[in-house]
Design a protein around this ligand. Structure first.
Ligand code: PEP
Length: 253
């Protein structure tokens, strides 16, 4: 069984101009060295406009897109394809972030097409799942998450599945400052691994990294990472400032 390398991924959402992104990338060079020395993978997901510049400024940081289209080209105004990303050296993308599900009509089914296209192209999807507050309060978190995982990752070949990263992000905790307790995150991430085991077998499931996301801050990241099935964090707000990003990293070393 392979050991799962810890992963800290910042989701910049619609933040940072090109100039700001380059400045961050320059300052992140020393953080990448620290991460590598401690066997932690460090990454950021800038806007499309900044992907190439961030990658060139810091070749040692994982640079992920925040979305992509599943078709290689065509009449899809405003979209960005996998060949376009690959040409500028990008092989990771967040898929199915709750904000895209909420504001852009994405579903687990449409995410599945993106995940399959990425796997076909040897890319790494960071597939997001998580329940709304209403679903959480109704006690149906596991049913929702199971459905998101089974639909979104359907058809992925067993021998390719270990490259997938899953992010559990309860929607009620994203950007709200109300983070899920370690116990909730631990239980749901453990459940996600069980569902992955049903789909891909327990060995492959034990190799897939599962991140927690939702109001992760330097002062709470360590507790999440101490959970057996949580292998890292997907961080929005606290990843935007280099000092805070540094503190997130330092607190999981
Ligand atoms: C996110 O955007 O994935 C996220 C978890 O945001 P925040 O850390 O700001 O809650």
């Amino acid at each position: 069984m392979k050991t799962r390398t810890k992963l800290l991924l910042g989701n910049w959402k619609m933040n940072k101009t090109l100039r700001e992104a380059k400045a961050f990338a320059r300052e992140s060079v020393e953080l990448s060295a620290l991460a590598m020395a401690n066997n932690v993978e460090l990454g950021v997901a800038p806007t499309f406009l900044c992907l190439e510049a961030v990658r060139k400024t810091n070749p040692d940081i994982i640079v992920a897109a925040q979305n992509l289209h599943y078709e290689p080209k065509g009449a899809y105004t405003g979209e960005i394809s996998i060949p376009m990303l690959k040409e500028i050296g990008i092989s990771w993308s967040i898929i199915g972030h709750s904000e895209r599900r909420q504001y852009n009509g994405e579903s687990s089914l449409s995410c599945n097409r993106k995940v399959l296209a990425m796997i076909e192209n040897d890319m790494t999807p960071v597939y997001c799942c998580g329940e709304t507050l209403e679903e959480y309060e109704s006690g149906i978190t596991k049913a929702i998450v199971r459905n998101q995982i089974r639909t979104g990752l359907s058809g992925v070949a067993k021998d390719k599945a270990s490259r997938i990263v899953v992010a559990y992000e309860p929607i009620w905790s994203i950007g709200t400052g109300v983070n899920a307790s370690k116990e909730i995150a631990e239980e749901v991430c453990g459940f996600i691994r069980e569902v992955l085991g049903e789909m891909f077998g327990t060995t492959v499931a034990s190799e897939i990294r599962i991140l927690y996301g939702g109001s992760v801050k330097p002062d709470n990241i360590k507790s999440y990472l101490s959970a057996k099935d949580i292998d890292g964090a997907l961080v929005g707000g606290a990843s935007l400032d280099i000092q805070s990003f540094k503190a997130l990293l330092e607190n999981i070393l």
